[in-house]
Design a protein around this ligand. Structure first.
Ligand code: SPV
Ligand code: MG
Length: 432
C-alpha cells in the first residue's frame, strides 16, 4: 500500500476537507500532518482549537490512518521522516504565500521518485463566512486582550511592530515573509508614545493626551486583530493611572508599559542629554499596585519599564528595581538601553534570570539592533518591540517626495517614488 501524506491547518472542518481526505485515502495509507499552533498563528490566524484538539478531530475522520504534528509550513522534516509515495494538496498553493512551500515539496519528492497529487481547490462560501467570523472574533476585546499572554506562553518570544494609525496597523497585521519553510509575521503591535506624538507633529513629552492616544488605538483596532502593547509613558499620577488601566482593558489592549520616571518625561533615547527624573522605587511600586488593583480581567498585563541604564544609575539599581516592581505586581519587566553595544542588556538578562525565570522581559532594541531575535530568546527575553522603524522610514520617504515635487515644479519625477495609484486605491481591504 502506498504511503500518502497531506497537511492540514484548519480548525473549521467542512465538507471540502472531508472530500479531499476521502480522495487522498483512496490513494493509499493516509497520514495527516497537523500544523502546530505556532505555525497556524504565524501563517493564518491564532487557532481557535489547540493542535492537540485538532489532531484528535482529524484522527477521527474516516480515511485518516495516522496524524502527526507538523512544525512549520515546510514539508521537509516530515517528508524525510515518512518518505511518502504521494503528497496530496489542493491546487490553490500554486500561487500566493504557499508557492515556495510547493516548490520545495516538488523538489524533495523528485529526489526519491515521490509524486505530488493536486486536487482542484473549491471555494466553500460557508467556510469563508466561518473563517471571516473567526477572524472578527479575534478582534473582539476579550479575545484580543488575552492573546498576548497566550502567545508569550506558546512561542516564548513574541515580536511587536510599531503602529500609529490604521494603515501602519494594517502593515503590522498583514506583512508576511516566507523564509526557510516558515512564515514570519509580527505577533503584536506597539502603540509608541514617540510615534503617536511624531505623527501628530508633537514632541514625546506626554503632551498628546490620553483621549487622543485612545483614539489612535481605536483607529488601529478598527482594522486589525493582533494584540496591542500600549506605551503608557510614566502612567501619570497613580490616581489617573487606574482609569487608564480600566480604559485600556475595556478596549482590549493586552499590555501597558509604564516607565519609572516622573516630572516632565522626555524620550529615553535622549538619555542624560536632557533633564529626566527617575521615580523612587516606593512611588513607582505604589503606582503598579494601584494599577493591578484596578484591573478587572486576568489577562491584562502591566509592565514596569526600568530607566536605570538610560539614566546611568547602574546595573545594581536596575536589578533592585526589577525585583521590587515584580513584588509590587508587575506582570513583565522592560529594561531599556540606548547603547549600541548590547552588553548591558545581556548583563541585565543574565542577572535578572538568575533571580526570576518566569516574569517576561520586554526589550526595545532600537540602539542595540544588531542582535537577532533568536539570540535575545536564548538569553531570556520574551517580547521584542520594533518601536519606531515605520515612522523612521515613512517620514523621510514623504519628505523626499515633497522635495522632489518642489524642485521640479511638477509631480512627474516623484512618480517613481510612489505606489501606483491603482495599488493605493485597492490597498485597503473592504473587510478585515
Ligand atoms: C516609544 O516608542 O515611545 C518608546 C521607546 O517609549 S523609546 O523611544 O526607545 O523610548
Ligand atoms: Mg515612549
Amino acid at each position: 500500500m502506498k504511503k500518502v501524506f497531506m497537511s492540514m491547518s484548519t480548525d473549521v472542518i467542512h465538507g471540502g476537507h472531508i472530500n479531499i481526505i476521502g480522495k487522498a485515502a483512496t490513494l493509499g495509507e493516509l497520514t495527516v500532518g497537523v500544523l502546530s499552533d505556532e505555525t497556524v498563528a504565524s501563517y493564518k490566524r491564532y487557532p481557535l482549537l489547540s493542535c492537540d484538539e485538532r489532531m484528535k478531530i482529524i484522527a477521527a475522520i474516516q480515511g485518516v490512518a495516522h496524524v502527526v504534528k507538523q512544525e512549520g509550513l515546510s514539508y521537509r522534516d516530515l517528508i524525510h521522516e515518512l518518505n511518502p509515495d504521494i503528497v496530496v494538496h489542493g491546487d490553490d498553493w500554486r500561487t500566493g504565500i504557499q508557492q515556495p512551500i510547493r516548490e520545495e515539496t516538488v523538489k524533495l519528492l523528485e529526489e526519491y521518485g515521490g509524486e505530488l497529487v493536486e486536487f482542484p481547490y473549491t471555494v466553500n462560501a460557508e467556510y469563508e463566512r466561518l473563517e471571516a467570523n473567526a477572524r472578527s472574533q479575534l478582534a473582539m476585546p476579550d479575545m484580543r486582550r488575552a492573546r498576548l499572554k497566550k502567545l508569550i506562553g506558546l512561542k516564548g518570544l513574541v515580536t511587536a511592530l510599531e503602529a500609529h494609525s490604521g494603515i501602519t496597523g494594517l502593515i503590522a497585521e498583514k506583512t508576511t515573509v516566507v523564509q526557510d519553510g516558515k512564515t514570519c509575521q509580527f505577533d503584536a503591535m506597539w502603540v509608541s508614545s514617540l510615534c503617536d506624538s511624531t505623527a501628530k507633529g508633537k514632541p514625546d513629552i506626554e503632551l498628546v493626551d490620553m483621549t487622543s492616544r485612545f483614539r489612535t488605538i481605536d483607529d488601529i483596532m478598527e482594522v486589525t486583530t493582533k494584540p496591542i502593547i500600549f506605551d503608557g509613558d510614566t502612567g501619570g499620577l497613580a490616581e489617573h493611572f487606574v482609569y487608564t488601566v480600566r480604559s485600556l482593558e475595556r478596549m482590549g489592549v493586552s499590555m501597558v508599559i509604564i516607565e519609572d520616571k516622573c516630572g516632565l518625561k522626555k524620550n529615553s533615547l535622549f538619555g542624560t542629554e536632557v533633564d529626566q527624573t527617575q521615580d523612587t522605587i516606593e512611588n513607582f511600586s505604589e503606582k503598579i499596585r494601584a494599577g493591578k488593583k484596578a484591573q478587572k480581567t486576568r489577562d491584562f498585563m502591566i509592565c514596569a519599564r526600568i530607566e536605570s541604564l538610560i539614566l546611568e544609575r547602574g546595573m545594581d539599581d536596575a536589578i533592585a528595581r526589577a525585583k521590587a516592581f515584580v513584588t509590587a505586581g508587575a506582570d513583565a519587566i522592560m529594561i531599556h538601553s540606548r547603547k549600541k553595544d548590547p552588553a548591558e542588556i545581556f548583563g541585565f538578562l543574565e542577572r535578572f534570570r538568575d533571580q526570576d525565570v518566569v516574569t517576561p522581559v520586554v526589550l526595545v532594541p532600537t540602539s542595540f539592533n544588531s542582535v537577532t531575535e533568536d539570540e535575545f530568546k536564548r538569553r531570556g527575553a520574551n517580547v521584542i518591540i520594533y518601536a519606531n522603524q515605520l515612522t523612521r522610514s515613512g517620514f523621510p520617504a514623504m519628505q523626499k517626495t515633497a522635495e522632489t515635487i518642489l524642485s521640479n515644479h511638477r509631480a512627474l519625477e516623484a512618480d517613481a517614488q510612489c505606489m501606483p495609484i491603482k495599488q493605493i486605491i485597492t490597498l485597503i481591504p473592504e473587510e478585515v
